[in-house]
Ligand binder design. Structure first.
Ligand SMILES: Cc1cc2nc3c(=O)[nH]c(=O)nc-3n(C[C@H](O)[C@H](O)[C@H](O)COP(=O)(O)O)c2cc1C
Length: 349
């Protein structure tokens, strides 16, 4: 039984349950969700990747006003900005012009920077000093690892293959989230343009548990108490769950997104059309219509910035047609009550 595992995830954290409620940047992560998760004895996570330093500090203040329990802050590790030439931007604008007209949007003024400045975000994290800093898309630079250590912040990286897990261990992380192909949201693959190794969670755990010494956290398609037990049975020291929490009261998931989730047999697949990086979500109109047109999709994070107005306008209209409906392969109705009740139910036996 999960609560009886003899070694905790990271004993310093003093968690009641070996569960991380996933960071979910772009709306679902709210201070309320992080507080509810951490107060219930799991580790809540701030999905801060799209937030500027001031917003990260404000978010963390809101969490700290309501709980003194540990929580994590999560960011995307930086990569060199991709080159996006004028022709690529023109193709992207032409391919989406009909959608922008439909949503009453003006043609975008599109220019770099395509994402928040990582160093500035990381400075904010150091000032906040959360118990855990978790990250995805690669390794943390040695100077950042050193600075986090000096601030007493534990580090959790994300791997989608045994090679990535080994590299993370060598870089000095305290634990590794193994993200199976089932997982909702962005795939944590280090190289933005690499093929997806598509390793399912069970296989990934089997491939890593003999080779990696730091604690392994299982992520991808975990929805029920039985799924949690199955992950522990194959070597996980904790689980990280995102999709299962998307419809809880405290999640910031928008109304059209909630409606799309509220279908017992959701059809998900991975796609690059929203952000330029592979991510798993529920199939919708934008995914279906853009997939044959990958020439008109820019690299990450340019595409992510380029589609932001479409997603915003789609939400405002109450339509799920142009939203990135990130969700894992897990089936069944999602829990719509409180986060605390869901957490208790996962470890009730
Ligand atoms: C809506 C959504 C947003 C996500 N955003 C992030 C993020 O900002 N950072 C991150 O490390 N992982 C993110 N993930 C991935 C989760 O960390 C985790 O790997 C995944 O939720 C596990 O699969 P599951 O959704 O089937 O539980 C996100 C997942 C979802 C569903």
């Amino acid at each position: 039984m999960p609560t009886e595992v003899d070694s905790e995830l990271l004993p310093q954290l003093g968690l009641k349950y070996p569960l991380i409620v996933a960071p979910m940047a772009g709306g679902p992560s709210t201070p309320e969700l992080v507080v509810a998760a951490s107060a219930a004895g799991a580790l809540g996570s701030v999905g801060a990747a799209y937030s500027n330093p001031a917003a990260i500090v404000e978010f963390a203040d809101k969490v700290r006003q309501r709980t003194n329990k540990p929580f994590a802050i999560n960011l995307f590790t930086p990569h060199p900005a991709p080159t996006v030439d004028a022709a690529a931007v023109e193709r992207a604008i032409a391919a989406t012009a009909g959608y922008r007209a439909e949503l009453d949007l003006t043609p975008p003024h599109f220019s770099p920077p395509f994402q928040e400045d990582f160093d500035a975000q990381f400075e904010a994290v150091l000032r906040i000093r959360p118990a855990v800093f978790s990250f995805v898309f690669g390794l943390l630079a040695p100077e950042h690892t050193k600075a986090a250590r000096e601030a007493g912040i534990l580090l959790i990286g994300t791997a989608t293959s045994p090679e990535e897990a080994r590299a993370l261990e060598d870089s000095g992380v305290d634990a590794i989230t193994l993200q199976g192909f089932e997982a909702g949201g962005h795939r944590g693959i280090f190289e933005p343009d690499a093929a997806d190794p598509e390793i399912l969670l069970r296989d990934l755990l089997a491939q890593c548990r003999e080779k990696v010494r730091v604690p392994l956290i299982a992520a991808g398609g975990i929805m029920t108490a039985a799924d949690v037990r199955a992950a522990f049975a194959v070597g996980a020291r904790a689980v990280q769950m995102g999709t299962a929490f998307l419809a809880t009261r405290e999640a910031g998931t928008s109304a059209p997104y909630r409606s799309a989730l509220n279908v017992p047999k959701r059809k998900t697949r991975t796609t690059r059309v929203f952000s330029g990086r592979f991510a798993r979500g529920i199939e919708n109109r934008f995914m279906t219509e853009m997939t044959p047109n990958m020439d008109a999709v820019m690299p990450f994070p340019a595409q992510n910035k380029f589609t932001r107005d479409l997603r915003g306008a789609s939400t405002a209209k109450g339509s799920a047609d142009f939203l990135s409906l990130w969700a894992g392969t897990g089936e069944g109705e999602l829990w719509q009550g409180s986060t605390a009740e869901l957490i208790d139910s996962l470890f009730a036996e």
